[in-house]
Structure formats: structure tokens, C-alpha cells
Design a protein. Structure first.
Length: 51
């Protein structure tokens, strides 16, 4: 997972990610130690605020 987040942060928009974004793999919340397999779906969930 850390490799995926590092690659996203290296993109032009990567600066917009929070330091520890919420991530889901295959529609389940995933911690930083989850191993990504070929064919897995990875979602980086943006922070939400409001009232």
C-alpha cells in the first residue's frame, strides 16, 4: 500500500493528499500494511468536512 500512495503523491496532484489518507482495497477499508495484488481495486477516499 505504501508504494501505491508514494506513486500517487509523486503525481502533480499528489500534494493535495492528507499525510495518511483513508484507503480501501476491493471496497474494504485497508491499513498501510495491506499488500496490493494484480487486479485489486484501490480507492483513496478524500477527507470530508462539513456540517
Amino acid at each position: 500500500m505504501a508504494d501505491v500512495l508514494a506513486q500517487v503523491k509523486a503525481l502533480a496532484v499528489g500534494h493535495a493528499l492528507p499525510p495518511a489518507p483513508l484507503v480501501a482495497v476491493n471496497q474494504r477499508y485497508a491499513g498501510p500494511n495491506v499488500r496490493i495484488q494484480p487486479g485489486d481495486e484501490v480507492a483513496i477516499i478524500p477527507p470530508v468536512a462539513g456540517g
